[in-house]
Design a protein. Structure first.
Length: 234
């Protein structure tokens, strides 16, 4: 995000950040390395002192933040942490000795098969998925939700020649859809693909000249997929 971006003041002047970080320290991009660099001071300065006082700590955080803690506790290399996929929504336990070194490491509170499938699901989020089945079953696709998975589905559809005709997301406005699809650095900014991404005067998302209708319905029953010609909804 450049200094002249229209969202820069919205983020940097948010009341939650009035004390920290300073304007000079505000990150303009994101990576696993940067996430770990932000996570470990919180671990050392906040979580460890609470454990020293005798508390048992429950940490609920984004996957990359958790990977930072795991990398630190298990002394993983950069290569090892890059291949680690933590399952979403499945708790895991560490038991530490008096020096805060693992006695029990990454003990998942779930059956082995469920954990395995959840890890595979997370791993597949970071891939340009093959959509041969979509090509056979449907050529006009609707995407319900335009977070990371929704954006990956749109990328895969564009690569395979399937047509995305509509996107529904009640929590992301069109301007932010355009911005996130163009600049999501986790999956290589799409603005580097050579295809233009912008919004149309009619409130549609334009990707390489292809118009995609945008809805903001909270109730799935209200989403007018048929009006956009969607044959398949992801």
């Amino acid at each position: 995000m450049e200094k002249d971006h229209k969202y820069i003041e919205t983020i940097t002047k948010d009341e939650r950040y009035k004390e920290d970080p300073s304007p000079e320290e505000f990150p303009m991009n994101e990576s696993l390395k940067m996430t770990i660099a932000r996570t470990l001071p919180y671990w050392d300065n906040v979580i460890v002192p609470q454990m020293k006082s005798g508390k048992r700590i429950l940490i609920a955080a984004h996957g990359n933040s958790l990977r930072g803690v795991v990398k630190h506790l298990d002394n993983l290399s950069d290569e090892q942490i890059m291949s680690l996929n933590l399952p979403t929504g499945i708790p895991f336990v560490y038991e530490l000795d008096e020096d805060f070194k693992p006695v029990v490491s990454m003990k998942f509170l779930g059956d082995e098969e469920t954990v395995r499938k959840a890890m595979e699901s997370v791993a597949n989020q970071g891939k340009a998925k093959k959509v041969e089945k979509l090509e056979k079953c449907a050529t006009k696709i609707g995407i319900n939700g335009f977070g990371r998975i929704g954006r990956l589905v749109l990328r895969a559809a564009l690569e395979k020649g399937a047509e995305v005709v509509a996107i529904n997301d009640p929590f992301i406005d069109l301007d932010y859809m355009v911005y996130m699809f163009k600049h999501d650095s986790t999956h290589f900014g799409f603005h580097r693909s050579g295809l233009e991404v912008k919004k149309s005067p009619n409130g549609e998302l334009l990707v390489g000249g292809q118009a995609i209708k945008v809805f903001a319905c909270r109730d799935p029953a209200d989403i007018p997929w048929s009006s956009a010609g969607a044959e398949y909804v992801v």
